[in-house]
Design a protein around this ligand. Structure first.
Ligand code: HEM
Length: 373
């Protein structure tokens, strides 16, 4: 067949453009592959959209983050550059607000995605690596959040980071490591900003992007898991829809909803910039970390009241480390098919983890409000 060419400035139909691209890039093969891939459809299909939603917010972070880089200056001038961005640069406040809101929405979406994968038992063989790479991504997004929080260097950012770093500093042998490597001195300062900035815009993306690619490749390879209730049905009763275009269009619709939610939040509730941090001032009353660290913060406070001295903090860190290890090992524990006793134990463990995280977070906010009133 004669190769179609871009014929100078002749007007081409869409079909001709498609054929032209196909001859050069093999577009039809990709579309055929996407059409062959199917997604299960059942009562819990709604929960399949949250991985894509996490991906959407991550893309927003990439774009808005690159725009923020145009004006942001790490180091001594960090606060001034953010103030300039918010008050002097056209739409600077909106880009900053979108970046901060999308960060929170992304972490929320990742949590929903993780628990839906958990309750659908999507960690079972052969999807264990989907679970482990996902946990790696969760770890990285929380470090993204923590490192980004300091960058404007307002009062809240400074003291919340200081309080956050105090916890690992109090672990045996950790103080010199945190001070020399993380903070770059005995206290949080402009040197710390420089380090957090490098972490936030270079190191974390370099780790995140290959891990995310691997995570998505695993989903492509194994397809979506079905929950045990669906697995129990005989094969002819199980329904599927083609990924392209059926599921893909619904995915796009969810992205559109996510974009609307983000636009409403970012424009009607602009992210605030507090007063510039003064390291010589005492920490304001009720200083607390971001909501996704509140559960750990509260547990440390509770154990600190029960156990004397450092034992409370060490105990708190141990509880969370142990919980995280058990959470990671769940694919090796719940290997039974469908509804075995291990499957039931795992499900109850999941409910306890959700209840514990939500309970500690609410208690944390209640106590913060009580100290401020
Ligand atoms: C930024 C972080 C993340 C992104 C962008 C992401 C993205 C995705 C996407 C697009 C899918 C396919 C659609 C779906 O099933 O929802 C998926 C599947 C999956 N993800 Fe994630 N994910 C992230 C974090 C996590 C976390 C924290 C976990 C759990 C620890 C996890 C575990 C899984 C599993 C097990 C699957 C396969 C689900 C199935 O077979 O149905 N992911 N992820």
């Amino acid at each position: 067949m004669a190769k179609s060419s871009l014929p100078g400035f002749d007007i081409m139909t869409l079909g001709q453009i498609y054929d032209w691209l196909d001859e050069r890039l093999g577009v039809k093969e990709v579309v055929a592959f996407a059409k062959k891939k199917v997604v299960p459809e059942h009562a819990y299909s709604f929960w399949y959209y949250w991985g894509g939603m996490s991906l959407f917010f991550f893309l927003v972070q990439l774009v808005s983050g690159i725009l923020l880089l145009v004006y942001y200056r790490p180091g001594e001038g960090a606060y001034d550059s953010v103030r300039q961005l918010v008050y002097e640069i056209d739409f600077g406040w909106l880009i900053r607000s979108a970046h901060s809101w999308a960060a929170n929405l992304m972490i929320f979406a990742v949590f929903v995605h993780m628990f839906s994968a958990f309750f659908m038992k999507a960690y079972r063989a052969p999807r264990e690596f989907g679970w482990w790479t996902g946990l790696g991504l969760l770890g990285l997004v929380t470090v993204f959040g923590f490192s980004g929080y300091l960058l404007p260097m307002d009062e809240l950012a400074f003291f919340a980071t200081k309080v956050g770093l105090e916890i690992p500093k109090n672990m045996p042998g950790m103080r010199p490591i945190i001070e020399n490597i993380v903070q770059g001195g005995p206290d949080v300062s402009s040197v710390t900003i420089q380090r957090f900035f490098a972490l936030h815009v270079v190191v974390l993306p370099l780790l995140f992007l290959p891990l995310l690619t691997f995570h998505l490749w695993l989903v492509m390879k194994h397809g979506n898991a079905v929950p045990p209730s669906e697995e129990a049905k005989p094969a002819p009763q199980r329904r599927t829809v083609p990924f392209f275009p059926n599921f893909f269009i619904k995915d796009l619709a969810m992205w559109l909803i996510a974009l609307n939610v983000l636009a409403i939040l970012a424009s009607l509730y602009p992210w605030q910039l507090g007063v510039q941090a003064d390291p010589l001032m005492p920490a304001p009353e009720g200083i607390h970390p971001e909501w996704y660290f509140m559960n750990q913060f509260e547990l440390l406070k509770i154990l600190g009241r029960i156990l004397p001295g450092m034992a409370g903090e060490i105990g708190g860190v141990l509880v969370f480390t142990l919980g995280g290890v058990l959470w990671g090992l769940i694919p090796l524990f719940d290997t039974s098919s469908r509804f075995g006793s291990r499957a039931r134990i795992a499900t109850w463990f999941g409910f306890m983890v959700i209840a514990g995280l939500i309970g500690l977070t609410l208690l944390g906010y209640y106590e913060v409000a009580a100290t401020q009133s």
